[in-house]
Design a protein around this ligand. Sequence first.
Ligand code: GCW
Length: 738
Amino acid sequence: MTAMSLVRNKRDRGLIACLALALLAFGGTTAQADDGYRLWLRYDSLPAPLIRAYRERVTSVVVTGNSATLDNIRTELVNGFTGLLGAPVPLSSDADRDGVVVVGTPKSSTLIAGLRWEAQLARLGPEGFRIRSLKLRGHSLTVIASNGEVGALYGAFHFLRLLQTQQPINALDAIQKPRLQLRMLDHWDNLDGTIERGYAGRSLWNWSALPGTIDPRLRDYARANASIGINGSLLNNVNANAQILTANYLRKVAAIADVFRPFGVRVFLSPRFSAPMELGGLKTADPLDAEVAMWWRKKADEIFKLIPDFGGFVVKANSEGQPGPRTYDRNHVDGANMMAAALAPHNGIVIWRAFVYDMKPGYDRAGAAYENLQPFDGKFAPNVLLQVKNGPIDFQPREPFHPLFGAMPKTQVMPEFQITQEYLGFSNHLVFLAPMWRDVLDADTYAKGPGSTVARVADGSLFKQRLTGVAGVANTGSDRNWTGHDFLQANWYAFGRLAWNPDLPSRQIAGEWIKMTLTHDAKATETIARIMLGSREALVDYMTPLGLHHLMWGGHHYGPAPWWNTFARDDWNPTYYHKADTNGIGFDRTKSGTNTVNQYFLPVRNRFSDLKTCPDKFLLWFHHVPWDYRMRSGRILWDEMAFRYQRGVDWTRQTRKAWDALSGVIDAQRHAEVAHRLMIQERDAVWWKDASLTYFQTFSKRPLPFGVQKPERTLEDYKRIDLLDDLARGKSTFDENH
Ligand code: GCW
């Protein structure tokens, strides 16, 4: 009994092969094959009527001045316009005719200096920009200006996006400024080229070839980030190897930083807390030891000498076996502030992770970070940010917002999202994550009364936070299309867009991405947007409905294993999280249980605590509920759960059909790739539903309600499926012949 034999795989594989062949034969008329490498920066030519309209407004590009960033702007605009408008758009030196696009800063461009926009540009900062259509000396121009060259680059990408998404450009008057200062991708990349929780190939950093050989792909990575405003990149795993701080590796890091700099991306590193012992030969890494502090100061000096704009450290300490200050009976503030003091003279920062939990008898992991960190509010140095995961457990398909948001008014807090899909079907499942992040950003903490949303905590407006930021654990890798599944490029894109403006609606982000990446066909765009916007709820339905969480196979976290109870650490076992018994199911976090619901402000606390007001989506997160409990839908809990699992499966089937119908619209290569992964997604959804319901049924002892398909296997069969072999071999999809 194997995973693949769970589905009618042969028939499905045959179907997809036929489809791919048919598309290869006939697809040439509609769309060329595409390997996805170009992401959302494709610049294929627009429809003829639009080209005619845009050409009046885009006749040449004027970017004066010399710098690597200005070079990037020139290249991007010339390539972009030429591609989109189907004929060369040249560079010129003067704005002496209609349709010239002028880009730069008051320093780089005398034309821009002459506009006297200083006051406004100053308010927008070095990354903000203004775009205006105006008349100058009788000519119609478009001016893209910023106080900083990177801001001008962001403006150039913004303007290109207007064309890519077919917006009007003749009467522009737009200003934009990023709402969050640090917009970071965190790479959990190991020095041996593997990526922890990475599902799209190997690390993009080729450490053994650096610094001598620079993979051109590094530039493309930085460029893609700049196009969506991402300005920071943590290069190594937070489960850190001390070697990254050796002189040898720092030279390699500096070479990467040189490539990223002209795109406005600064590098960060994750230091191992015990590095003074491992690299410096000290007897301790005690943060209050003078020699230790001195070692870090010298290390910081060394780094900044090589990389003057180095961002700083991201630290995982005393978490999941990592060393930290508590190893020496010190606390998190002692550790963070010691490192902050080393970086402060160079304007570097420390991002201290709040992902800290210990195991005590009868303890609730969901309350751990709050218990560990909240008492230190107001104690962290001014160049420290506390990085808090979106939810209190660990990047589950659905969690309520983390109770630390709003609870540390005197601490600079930044959210951490996971773009890579550790718990969400790896790179095999199509799930658009913007709606999930929106849920968290829009969640009202009530920390200062109504309207105290997580977005307002993050952007600093709620507590006048000086440094702000957001991090996303990257889903990129060496796969040709960067993210394994073509659709998961949308999550990289969405992360950048939300980091720039945490109020952007998911629908808008999806719409932009589809038009830039897949198609302009109106009907197809609508279908694809519908798929993307419904995908997260569907995944929650077929994996962990009604507030269930952490039911994944131990270790690799791919398939269902709600029965799993063999880890020595209780809180790594799914049984710890669902607590199913013959009476019911769910984790009681109210007064009658662990009472960690108490960490939320009123009235959120009461809303979650009361069974009557707790939203269905969080029901089993906060409550242990009897199987025959009457739900809002009128169904009893068991039936509702089964119904939701089925609904998730149904979605995957409908989605496959809808995608198949787009075969003439999307290029053959990406269409077939996506179709293949949707087949896997359906297979997995069925597997999740059947394994979970079969297992939970041993407690509920109730029949499946009408309309829910019967599982084909026994519980013992489901328990025997073991994917460890495939995953250990580094495959991002199952072996077809497993
Ligand atoms: O989600 C868990 C992952 C670990 C990860 C950890 C963390 C980098 O299973 O692989 O380690 O979170 O965020 O530190």
